[in-house]
Design a protein around this ligand. Sequence first.
Ligand code: GLU
Length: 280
Amino acid sequence: MTDFITRFAPSPTGPLHLGHAYSAMLCHDMARTAQGRFLLRMEDTDLQRSKPEWDALIREDLTWLGLHWDAPVLRQSEQISSYDLYLDQLAEHDLLYPCSCSRADIRAALSAPQEGHPHEVYPGTCKARPISDRNQGDALRLHLDRALVMLADDLPSFQETGGTHKGTHQIDPDQAQEQIGDVVLTRKGERMIAYFLASAIDDATQGITHVIRGEDLFDFTAIQVILLTLLNLSVPTYHHHRLIRDENGKRLAKRDDARAISTYRNDGRTPSDIRRMVGL
Ligand code: GLU
């Protein structure tokens, strides 16, 4: 069995742009260099925004770029019930609570802006609610305090091989509380599992040894490592790479249609042009 398995895990909610192409090509190159495996996973748990057309276009773009995945594509939407087992495990340890707060409620309850943080840290309004109190429209949140108490004797760590954060990172409970807080694990009004958990579980169940992704996701790694450890799943090595930015230094987003790979493709550019543009 190969000991290097990586994946490209786009959300099919828009076209691939140069930043995604860089991520996918780097991932593929690293897998090929290590004589490992490269997998493609569609993170399509956002049922409103994920579209089969984007899924198809992403596969077309990747193929045009010369990338081949070594197993059938895994689509999270096709295996939603498989996550229940893990949610049940967390619930058994009393690590989940129902939450009915809207985004506006959360903003109003936050005393200070959470600038620089990847998301708004939940102020804990519903924290005291037992899971038996869950209504159909409630989200489920991780009770991070209890999770950290459970892990206190043996705090997990992870290896990072990417440039900016290279080294061993031990989970810091205070930092986790301040920067991450009680994240949503299943979204409000849907049975749908949220990104943090689905992605971490799939990394483990697909046997991913190396998660290669943009450094904008670095701050989420701690919570994913915490979740994996709580679930007794293996923690991969992480490699967060630089982001491709526009001429103003802004990170490219899905709406940057001008930089969509399909646009370059239709304009007659070649995969080698794309490699050059992203510095590969
Ligand atoms: N699905 C996520 C995205 O498109 C990436 C998740 C990951 O690589 O861990 O931003």
